[in-house]
Design a protein around this ligand. Structure first.
Ligand SMILES: Cc1cc2nc3c(=O)[nH]c(=O)nc-3n(C[C@H](O)[C@H](O)[C@H](O)COP(=O)(O)OP(=O)(O)OC[C@H]3O[C@@H](n4cnc5c(N)ncnc54)[C@H](O)[C@@H]3O)c2cc1C
Length: 500
């Protein structure tokens, strides 16, 4: 019997597996696909944007150097800097020159780039390698088709094989079998469009403009690599997605949306998606949990799905590990859904707002004009960039300091150590900026769960100390003369009873 069975070896399942493996749990990952790296997951169709929050998560586990980054796409290294490409909202491009980096709260320079382009296949390869090193057992060609629960654990059934664990996490994507089998309620809004991505040989390609193009009937995207096109067709989601789109269908849609008469002479690969926006009403049912697309789906507009899923995995990993090891404080595991469900809901709304202004009618066009004007301002650009980068996220942890609940800035101690480096073993970190080490004795009481480091910081943002959770979220922030009792309360709240 394993501690945890994860269904799905996509980027979210593998990130979670690594987090649990790092924390010393026994983990089994069951994956339907016999082989990794299908054409849909490899570049260019599998290309995905990783936000600053996701890149930080890789950095904090010492994986920055192995993170596959598409050439020419590294941006904003040593932030808080201005990326060369600012991203987009419903195809309305941000102008990086209008971004006010100083207005993004609590960022400090870090080796982690602010935004990178990568691809699913390579991210999965890197995570698989790390998972193997951490002792995670990944079994491919295993399709989970039944889930049964009992008091002590959960059994995942795949054909004649049964896999038992104390906990099961469904990371099996938007059409999650685990979600259905375990009876999670999935609610939201129905699609307005069908989207297509394709790699095709196209006669008349020069008729298609580069980049994002909003048109009277939808949007098309000509990607930087020739023959790679995205199209969004406001058909009310009518296309039957159980079928592979044919060349004739793709050509008709592309012609209609782009207003050109391009000809698809050959389609090499193609797939479809919609803007259906659904979320599971809860992320936990007893010993079964959901993360990533299994918990929330929405259109790919603005590149949020993978980033939200990675955020789920790093939030869940240490909490589930502490629960497995028996030192989790009461209710810790439930803070996973408590913190991540509102983030998922906000991401769904971000996607819906983009769909609303893309609507090919007079109302959509009117709204588009207003939003375009707003994005043309420094405040507008900075606001949208803050959403795309994940810097808007602040969990409501009840602390008074505005940094509590946010992603920790990468504090640099004058001795040369960075917070991100101190987090590689997956423990929480107490940073004590006072020379008298006022929190040393307190932090030692949680030795093994909290790593303590002291010394002045290059920039301490006016703080005396911080307590950072293993997922990089600030759990507590102390003034110049930190309150020991406040620190101990926060340590107990997140890391359980002290060992000493
Ligand atoms: C065109 C497009 C562009 C996108 N661009 C971006 C972007 O730029 N940035 C971003 O953040 N997001 C983007 N996304 C979204 C992103 O790809 C997804 O959110 C992300 O892949 C979800 O990861 P996941 O691990 O939750 O699920 P998946 O990647 O779907 O992985 C699920 C895994 O579970 C396996 N599985 C399924 N059922 C079973 C079963 N019964 N038993 C065993 N295994 C099973 C599957 O084979 C798969 O390997 C984009 C999506 C699309 C369609």
């Amino acid at each position: 019997m394993h501690d945890v069975v994860i269904v799905g070896a996509g980027p979210v399942g593998l990130t979670l597996a690594c987090e649990l493996g790092l924390a010393g749990c026994s983990v089994l990952v069951l994956e339907r696909e016999p082989e990794p790296g299908s054409a849909m997951r490899a570049a260019p169709l599998g290309m995905r944007g990783l936000s600053a929050a996701s890149v930080e998560a890789f950095y904090r586990r010492g994986m920055l150097d192995s993170l596959p980054i598409a050439p020419g796409f590294t941006e904003g290294a040593n932030g808080p800097s201005v990326p060369r490409r600012g991203g987009h909202f419903a195809g309305i491009m941000l102008d990086p020159a209008k971004l006010d980096g100083a207005a993004l709260p609590y960022r400090l320079p870090s080796p982690a780039p602010g935004l990178v382009m990568t691809n699913l296949a390579e991210v999965e390869a890197v995570l698989s390698k790390r998972a193997a090193k951490l002792g995670v057992d990944v079994r491919r060609g295993v399709t989970v088709s039944a889930v049964t629960r009992h008091d002590e654990g959960v059994v995942a059934q795949a054909g004649a094989e049964a896999y038992e664990a104390r906990w099961l996490v469904g990371c099996d994507g938007g059409r999650s079998t685990v979600r259905r089998l375990a009876g999670f309620e999935f609610v939201g809004t129905e699609p307005q469009f069908t989207g297509y991505t394709m790699h095709a040989t196209i006669a008349g390609l020069q008729e298609l403009r580069h980049g994002f193009n909003l048109t009277p009937t939808g949007m098309y995207i000509r990607m930087p690599i020739d023959g790679h096109i995205g199209v969004m067709d406001f058909d009310g989601g009518a296309f039957d997605r159980s079928q592979q789109p044919t060349r004739e269908h793709l050509q008709a849609v592309l012609r209609r949306v782009s207003g050109t008469d391009v000809t698809l002479t050959e389609v090499h690969t193609a797939s479809s998606f919609t803007d259906r926006a659904m979320q599971s009403t809860t992320y936990r049912q007893g010993r079964v949990l959901l993360a990533g697309d299994a918990a929330h789906i929405h259109s790919p507009l603005g590149g949020q799905g993978l980033n939200t899923g990675i955020g789920d995995a790093v939030n869940l990993g240490w909490k589930l590990a502490a629960t497995v090891h028996g030192h989790a404080p009461d209710g810790l595991l439930d803070t996973y859904a408590g913190e991540r469900h509102p983030i998922g809901a906000a991401v769904l709304d971000w996607s819906r707002a983009q769909v609303a202004i893309m609507r090919p009618d007079a109302h959509g066009r009117a709204l588009q004009g207003v939003v375009r004007d707003l994005i043309g301002t420094t405040e507008g650009t900075t606001y949208v960039f803050g959403k795309l980068s994940g810097s808007w996220i602040r969990h409501d942890l009840g602390g008074e300091h505005p940094l509590v609940g946010r992603d920790a800035p990468d504090f640099l101690l004058e001795a040369g150590t960075r917070l991100g480096e101190l987090m590689q073993d997956g423990r929480g970190v107490a940073l004590d900026f006072g020379t008298a080490r006022p929190l040393h004795a307190s932090a030692r009481r949680w030795e093994g769960r909290i790593r303590y480091a002291a010394g002045p910081a290059a920039d301490d943002l006016g703080l005396g100390a911080v307590l950072v959770r293993p997922d990089g979220v600030v759990a507590w922030a102390g003034e110049r003369h930190p309150d020991r009792a406040g620190f101990e309360r926060a340590a107990g709240r997140w890391f359980g009873s002290p060992a000493l």
